[in-house]
Ligand binder design. Structure first.
Ligand SMILES: *Cc1c(COP(=O)(O)O)cnc(C)c1O
Length: 226
């Protein structure tokens, strides 16, 4: 494994291309979002210099501060973490894609921002409610609400494979659940699936957006906040 983030980004891109080829897919149809949570703005700048175009964050305060340091860098910012409704409008100021829309109150809060946003509906694949993600049974009504919100563009669904479940099996469940979305929105075909440990399985299931952190950034520094 390369010793710096730029080298690891290149290695991961090569592994993505290989996995895409094995799956009979065009690597150009796959967007790699580098999840830079806990890492400083300097690392994000270094990654942008190495060709990274998409970054992901999961905490508003941290992301907002980093974005402010990097306004001169051409990057698309993605929000991938649990999002409180009272932070939604602020997040929409610097993120153009929200991967974690999981409840109607958040749809309403994002509507308030009036900025055009691409959104993914996050599906909870665990048995634990409140983990983040909508229950599969509520996916269709959540999609309907988004489709009725003019500033939100529904791209598809997002999920995190639960610890302890074979990621391929978990991603197959996502493909089943999202039929409920495709019935209402046939164009919402994007799939935000796959992290450092399971992006190969995600690519074979059709992932269009990979959210990769540690395989590129290296080990995350310990969080210094509660
Ligand atoms: C942290 C995080 C990732 C990246 O995880 P790695 O295992 O470091 O690749 C992806 N998605 C979400 C929602 C995350 O919070």
């Amino acid at each position: 494994m390369a010793e710096n983030p730029a080298g690891r980004f290149a290695e991961v891109q090569a592994r993505i291309a290989e996995a895409a080829e094995s799956a009979g897919r065009d690597p150009a149809d796959i967007t790699t979002i580098v999840v830079t949570k806990f890492h400083p703005a300097s690392l994000v700048r270094e990654l942008a210099g190495a060709g990274v175009e998409h970054v992901g964050e999961n905490r508003h305060q941290e992301a907002q501060a980093k974005h402010a340091e990097l306004v001169d860098v051409p990057l698309t910012w993605h929000f991938v973490g649990q999002l409180q409704s009272n932070k939604a409008k602020a997040v929409a100021q610097y993120c153009s894609v929200i991967h974690s829309l999981d409840r109607p109150s958040l749809t309403k809060a994002l509507a308030q921002s009036e900025r055009a946003l691409d959104v993914f509906l996050e599906i909870n694949l665990t048995d634990v409610p409140g983990r983040g993600g909508v229950e599969p049974a509520e996916l269709a009504s959540l999609a309907e609400g988004v489709l009725n919100t003019p500033n939100l563009s529904l791209r598809g669904v997002m999920a995190v494979a639960p610890v302890g479940e074979d990621p391929g099996v978990a991603f197959d469940r996502v493909l089943n659940y999202r039929d409920d979305v495709l019935r209402l929105a046939p164009g919402a075909t994007d799939l935000s699936l796959g992290m450092s440990g399971d992006f190969v399985e995600a690519i074979s299931r059709g992932a269009t957006h990979l959210r990769i952190g540690s395989a590129i950034t290296g080990k995350r520094p310990d969080p210094t906040y509660p």
